[in-house]
Write a protein that binds this ligand. Structure first.
Ligand SMILES: [Zn+2]
Length: 237
């Protein structure tokens, strides 16, 4: 059975001499693992379109274990991301998080929309909170929204001073543990998770955006129980 999908390439591996396996995040079928045959030959018609971050219109043949890519057209190749190591590192973090979180053949259109929106923003303007904003929203979609406007122990919202991902979020002065967090960083976390992501993306780089980057990565890594690939490159402020 052939089917068409709108997809983002999450990851690729070499297979044999000329083939490649690709992990795609599709809009309608969730994560799909597929074989692209012959794409590593220079004569391949669509090899270059099957690189991580590419947004593609793809036709697939449903196989028993792996699907087969039969056509791929570029929708957007995100040139600025490809041409900038920092942006590519940020994109790689997002792709890795989605690859870990998304389930095969379980469609979650919100993750697809969130990822495309974040890639477009990263490609166009690269604001400081695009990657951390993405990671926090992805946690929220997964049902793991960190509590950022009240202490996870006592519910007090007035004097928040720390954040601990293993506790699920913010902590007040009386219950502090985990990393110390500034009130400005809490303001940004509340914007991102309180429906004002657009406004948060207009925030200029600052020590607080740097803090939010670290907290978002830490929270996602805690959930995934593994390090994200570019967390060492997060010093992007
Ligand atoms: Zn408390």
């Amino acid at each position: 059975m052939l089917y068409r999908e709108d997809a983002v390439v999450l990851r690729t591996w070499k297979l044999g001499e000329a083939d490649r396996i690709v992990n795609l995040l599709t809009r309608g079928h969730g994560k799909v693992r597929a074989v692209a045959k012959g794409v590593r030959k220079t004569t391949s018609r669509f090899g270059a379109r099957l690189e991580p971050t590419s947004h593609i219109a793809v036709q697939l043949y449903q196989g028993r274990e792996l699907d087969i890519v039969t056509q791929a057209e570029a929708v957007d190749t995100f040139r600025s991301i490809r041409g900038d190591l920092d942006r590519f590192a940020g994109a790689s973090t997002m792709l890795e998080a989605v690859d870990q979180v998304a389930q095969e053949r379980q469609s979650v259109p919100r993750i697809h929309e969130l990822l495309l929106g974040a890639l477009r923003t990263l490609d166009a303007t690269d604001p400081p909170l695009v990657v951390p904003g993405f990671l926090l929203k992805l946690l929220a979609i997964e049902g793991l929204r960190p509590l950022v406007d009240a202490c996870v122990v006592c519910g007090d919202g007035d004097d928040l001073v720390a954040f601990d991902p293993s506790e699920g979020g913010a902590l007040c002065r009386a219950h502090r543990r985990g990393a110390a967090v500034s009130s400005e960083a809490f303001r940004l976390l509340q914007m991102v998770l309180g429906g004002q992501l657009g406004a948060a993306l207009n925030e200029p780089a600052s020590p607080a955006t740097h803090e939010v980057s670290h907290l978002a990565t830490e929270a996602m890594e805690h959930h995934l129980e593994r390090r994200l690939p570019s967390s060492t490159l997060l010093d992007r402020v």
